[in-house]
Design a protein around this ligand. Structure first.
Ligand SMILES: *[C@@H]1O[C@H](CO)[C@@H](O)[C@H](O)[C@H]1NC(C)=O
Length: 413
């Protein structure tokens, strides 16, 4: 007994506090170190440059340093390798932060996860990847979070619309893919979408299809109402729509020879009843709407491994940006949802408030500066105009004084 417990306890303990597997983590906290870990593609010669920066405002000048796009209207293509792994039988969490501090108009903010055999110096827009995840903005119509899975050589977009953040602050994006073929997307550590892979992407053809053999019978009556066969048009129904005005009188000075034969003007006939329509009754033969019978789709084969990829080995930023300035930071890939949430709390969660404050202060300073400049400009205006201004001001003053004089009079009443 005692011996069994002695053996079991460490095992239980180990199960309860199973260390999360961290496949990849990048915080850009070692100065230039990242330049050894990130490889720029040579597929094109004019990719935009990433630089290390915490941006114009931040919560922590060191911790918030990340990769920032630094040139407008460029493609960016850089990637980082890690020890390859498969997510078979494992949860997979992909997480990173994105800050569009430039008030982005059009540009990607997503990552691509590549199989280990990617040639990093050749990475480009068409390179085969496993998963693409993250925000994408292009004008007001496109503000979404991409979740794309590669399946049998096809890139499959999610069938739901997930809106991304479009402000200038740092936001945390998380994708969780579980071995039960469910998924979850979180923004700033809160769930924004979840469901089943099979339902929300077109991995597989539909389970059921309309039976091609089934046809609506010719005598299937889908009309809920019909004309009442008993109802007949009344004999006195037909009346002309227009009649000569019975009140019209031929003008006295009407000259038949000159003006032709007098005809009274035409008016709407008050007895006109319009087109006759038979009364409607319930159709005794009504069978309801015909529903096309469904059958199992012979093309459908279930796949319990939709979530699973043989190898992940490279994470890449393969983007187009019109206005640069986006900062990527705190990349994480792990098998542990809770750990990812904690890590998000300890990184994005710790600096977000201070970042907001600094931005607010800067906005306030900018506002003041602009005010001062406007005032200064007024002072620097040419002498003549200044005179005009002063004259105007004096006039205004006089007017005000006049008003002031009026007010007390009203009060006295
Ligand atoms: C992360 O922070 C939120 C908000 O403070 C908290 O509710 C949550 O429990 C934290 N998660 C973890 C795993 O620590």
């Amino acid at each position: 007994m005692a011996r069994a417990a002695f053996l079991l306890l460490p095992l239980l303990a180990a199960l309860c506090i199973a260390e999360p597997a961290v496949y990849y983590k990048e915080e850009f906290s070692d100065g230039d170190g990242w330049t050894q870990r990130w490889v720029e593609s040579k597929h094109k010669s004019d990719y935009g440059k990433f630089k290390l920066s915490a941006g114009k405002f931040y919560g922590d000048s060191e911790k918030d340093k990340g990769l920032q796009t630094s040139q407008d209207a460029r493609f960016y293509a850089m990637s980082s390798r890690f020890e390859s792994f498969s997510n078979k039988d494992q949860t997979l969490v992909i997480q990173f932060s994105v800050k569009h501090e430039q008030n982005i108009d059009c540009g990607g903010g997503y990552v691509k996860l590549f199989p280990a055999d990617l040639e990093q110096t050749e990475m480009h827009g068409e390179s085969e990847y496993n998963i693409m995840f993250g925000p994408d903005i292009c004008g007001p119509p496109t503000k979404k979070v991409h979740v794309i899975f590669q399946y049998k050589k096809k890139n499959l977009q999610i069938n739901k619309d997930i809106r991304c953040k479009d402000d200038s602050f740092t936001h945390l994006y998380t994708l969780i893919v579980r071995p039960d073929n469910t998924y979850e997307v979180k923004i700033d550590n809160s769930k924004v979408e979840s469901g089943s892979l099979e339902e929300d992407w077109d991995f597989l053809p539909p389970k059921k299809i309309k039976d091609p053999e089934a046809k609506k019978p010719d005598d299937w009556d889908e009309r809920p109402k019909i004309d009442d066969p008993e109802d007949k048009k009344p004999e006195d129904w037909e009346k002309p729509e227009h009649i000569p005005d019975p009140d019209a009188v031929k003008p006295e000075d009407w000259d038949e020879e000159m003006d032709g034969e007098w005809e009274p003007p035409v008016i709407q006939n008050p007895d006109y009843k319009g087109e006759w329509k038979p009364r409607q009754i319930d159709n005794p033969d009504y069978k309801g709407k015909w529903i096309h019978p469904e059958m199992d789709n012979p093309e459908y084969t279930p796949d319990s491994t939709l979530y699973s990829y043989e190898s992940f080995g490279v994470i890449g930023l393969d983007l187009w940006q019109v206005k640069s300035g986006t900062i990527f930071d705190n990349f994480l890939m792990t098998n542990d949802e809770k750990y990812a949430e904690e890590y998000g709390n300890e990184t994005w969660g710790v600096t977000k408030e201070a970042e907001k404050k600094m931005k607010e202060q800067q906005d306030e300073e900018d506002r003041k500066k602009q005010e001062d400049e406007e005032n200064k400009q007024k002072e620097e205006e040419p002498q003549e105009e200044e005179d005009d201004d002063e004259e105007e001001k004096e006039e205004e003053k006089e007017e005000e004084e006049e008003e002031d004089e009026e007010t007390p009079q009203k009060d006295e009443l």
